[in-house]
Design a protein around this ligand. Structure first.
Ligand SMILES: *[C@@H]1O[C@H](CO)[C@@H](O)[C@H](O)[C@H]1NC(C)=O
Ligand SMILES: *[C@@H]1O[C@H](CO)[C@@H](O)[C@H](O)[C@H]1NC(C)=O
Ligand SMILES: *[C@@H]1O[C@H](CO)[C@@H](O)[C@H](O)[C@H]1NC(C)=O
Ligand SMILES: *[C@@H]1O[C@H](CO)[C@@H](O)[C@H](O)[C@H]1NC(C)=O
Ligand SMILES: *[C@@H]1O[C@H](CO)[C@@H](O)[C@H](O)[C@H]1NC(C)=O
Ligand SMILES: *[C@@H]1O[C@H](CO)[C@@H](O)[C@H](O)[C@H]1NC(C)=O
Ligand SMILES: *[C@@H]1O[C@H](CO)[C@@H](O)[C@H](O)[C@H]1NC(C)=O
Ligand SMILES: *[C@@H]1O[C@H](CO)[C@@H](O)[C@H](O)[C@H]1NC(C)=O
Ligand SMILES: *[C@@H]1O[C@H](CO)[C@@H](O)[C@H](O)[C@H]1NC(C)=O
Ligand SMILES: *[C@@H]1O[C@H](CO)[C@@H](O)[C@H](O)[C@H]1NC(C)=O
Ligand SMILES: *[C@@H]1O[C@H](CO)[C@@H](O)[C@H](O)[C@H]1NC(C)=O
Ligand SMILES: *[C@@H]1O[C@H](CO)[C@@H](O)[C@H](O)[C@H]1NC(C)=O
Length: 449
């Protein structure tokens, strides 16, 4: 009976229950400082207070049903021991879990554990930025590179260590840039290409070495590019395609070979484009979709074959779009989401089926958006965050697409409006959403889903 009641209460606060475990807890002793007491509050109100107080540490709440009082504790470390009271509901909250323990006697209790799928504020970046890149390195840290803020284009880079929730400044790139690409090579080195700064569109290329934290420049691309794509091929080379050069939008593509630090040209795309997407399919070919050229968004789609270096025109998307996202689903299909169409931002989404070379429209998002992020989570669902909706309308909303039902679920809002931000899937399955712009100023804030 009590278990059912508390499960219902949890559902009020947690969009998705991940695991539920019922167990027994015996005598615990809690050592720590009481942070706050609230009188005459319902259990729900106390939970809200605890979530607000949490600040990414560990929180503990004791709720006294008898006099509707709660005690809130905030801790910085995991060495948590808990004194058990009689007839008290204890709630434990950390970054990923909420545990509700109903203690009816000293000897026997029941515990409900659920994974907390919501937003948690994380430590700030040292430097506010948007239009940066973020790459999850082979050791689990996140490398955030470049971008711009309200005053300047940036060459700085920062490393986030998820185990300590700390951002550290690492070496600066030689060149400031935004609208660049970042690719994690098979060697663990990060390749940064092109982009744009106050001076020009760029052809320069830099490498971040994980073991030293240093940047080195390597050979330039044959032309300058920003708003291009870079795709890591199965053979370890990187295909760079399209973008805007100083001369305008380009259809050219080139290949970086990390083993000899050299660029070589490969087949040109059939269409010049920028603000397109490129997805490496399961068989290693690269699907380029949409983008912008000739004063219009593009329907067109083409496929790069790494073994021939040739591009083949594929079926058009149903909607012409640019600044959309494209996510390779676990079933090998590609989900294209949102973007900007002829005169407005889009809420439509469509699925490419490689085995039939066809696009089908799937359910639309609740909110039209571009400059958003889309991340494939470990369970195969796709998390979409933030972005821009209309002129001067920027978003803090988030939605989740489930490929097994083709449904979108609205999630709780992020704490902050963000566009031109990044979202990185960390090794533990959480998603770090980093900085961006709220439409007025660049942000240094981060939050975790
Ligand atoms: C809590 O409510 C009781 C009964 O309504 C009241 O007597 C008491 O003063 C309240 N306590 C506080 C701290 O507000
Ligand atoms: C949250 O934590 C940060 C650093 O961990 C601290 O600077 C800040 O004051 C805390 N905020 C609150 C409301 O406790
Ligand atoms: C509420 O009840 C608990 C348990 O009986 C007790 O420890 C606590 O002091 C009470 N709080 C107030 C404000 O009466
Ligand atoms: C964690 O907190 C406990 C209780 O306050 C304290 O005894 C312990 O030294 C702390 N451990 C670390 C690693 O800070
Ligand atoms: C705890 O609650 C049970 C059932 O409501 C009651 O019988 C028991 O006396 C309470 N124990 C204490 C220490 O208040
Ligand atoms: C949160 O608590 C759960 C349950 O104790 C634990 O498994 C998990 O590792 C904790 N997460 C963090 C980030 O401390
Ligand atoms: C990963 O490597 C970087 C660069 O060497 C280092 O600064 C960072 O602390 C490492 N992260 C972890 C989690 O070991
Ligand atoms: C590489 O980094 C180390 C440590 O940060 C530094 O001492 C060294 O000078 C750097 N090397 C280059 C070539 O920048
Ligand atoms: C690649 O395209 C070129 C030019 O269209 C063509 O001559 C060549 O045969 C193609 N290669 C393959 C392997 O299809
Ligand atoms: C794609 O759409 C364009 C513009 O509507 C059209 O010219 C072209 O023939 C279409 N291509 C295919 C393969 O359907
Ligand atoms: C890879 O898959 C695409 C889409 O199904 C197909 O058009 C293409 O021929 C395949 N290429 C290779 C090299 O298998
Ligand atoms: C979600 O998908 C299921 C199965 O396709 C369908 O029955 C249900 O109505 C959908 N829900 C919404 C809200 O679209």
């Amino acid at each position: 009976m009590t278990d059912v009641i508390f499960l219902n209460l949890i559902l009020l606060y947690i969009p998705t229950i991940h695991t539920i475990a019922i167990g027994i807890v015996y005598d615990y002793t809690y050592i720590g400082t009481e942070n706050q007491i609230f009188f005459n509050k319902t259990f729900d109100e106390c939970i809200c207070q605890m979530i607000n107080l949490n600040n990414n540490s560990i929180s503990l709440m004791n709720y006294f049903n008898s006099n509707e009082t709660c005690q809130l504790f905030n801790l910085n470390n995991n060495s948590l021991t808990i004194e058990s009271y009689s007839n008290v509901t204890m709630v434990f909250l950390n970054r990923t879990s909420i545990i509700v323990t109903i203690i009816s006697t000293h000897e026997s209790t029941s515990t409900t554990t659920a994974s907390l799928k919501g937003w948690t504020t994380m430590k700030n970046l040292n430097i506010a930025r948007n239009k940066h890149t973020a790459s999850v390195l082979s050791n689990g840290s996140v490398l955030v590179v470049g971008g711009q803020n309200d005053n300047a284009f940036l060459n700085s880079a920062e490393l986030y260590d998820p185990s300590t929730n700390i951002w550290s400044i690492t070496g600066n790139m030689k060149t400031t840039r935004c609208y660049h690409t970042s690719s994690l090579l098979l060697t663990g080195i990060v390749l940064i290409t092109g982009g744009q700064n106050s001076v020009a569109s760029l052809n320069s290329v830099e490498l971040f070495n994980l073991s030293t934290g240093n940047w080195t420049t390597t050979r330039n691309m044959s032309i300058t590019r920003y708003y291009h794509t870079a795709s890591l091929l199965q053979n370890g080379k990187v295909l760079v395609a399209g973008g805007s050069a100083n001369s305008g939008y380009v259809n050219s593509a080139e290949l970086y070979d990390p083993s000899i630090n050299t660029w070589s040209t490969t087949g040109n795309m059939n269409s010049a484009r920028f603000r397109h997407t490129a997805s490496v399919l399961l068989n290693g070919t690269v699907l380029v979709a949409g983008g912008y050229n000739n004063n219009a968004p593009l329907y067109s789609v083409e496929l790069y074959n790494p073994s021939t270096g040739n591009w083949t025109t594929m079926a058009n998307m149903t909607v012409a779009r640019y600044s959309h996202t494209a996510s390779l689903l676990q079933n090998g299909k590609v989900l294209v989401i949102g973007g900007y169409g002829n005169s407005n931002s889009l809420n439509s989404a469509e699925l490419y089926n490689p085995s039939t070379n066809s696009w089908i429209t799937t359910s639309s998002m609740t909110t039209a958006r571009y400059f958003h992020t889309a991340t494939v989570l470990l369970d195969g669902t796709i998390l979409v965050t933030g972005g821009q909706s209309q002129n001067n309308v920027y978003l803090n909303s988030a939605e989740l697409y489930d490929p097994s039902t083709n449904n979108w679920t609205i999630l709780s809002n992020m704490s902050t409006i963000r566009h031109s931000h990044t979202a990185s899937l960390l090794f533990d399955g959480t998603i770090l959403v980093a900085s961006g712009s709220n439409g007025n100023v660049s942000l240094n804030t981060n939050e975790l889903y």
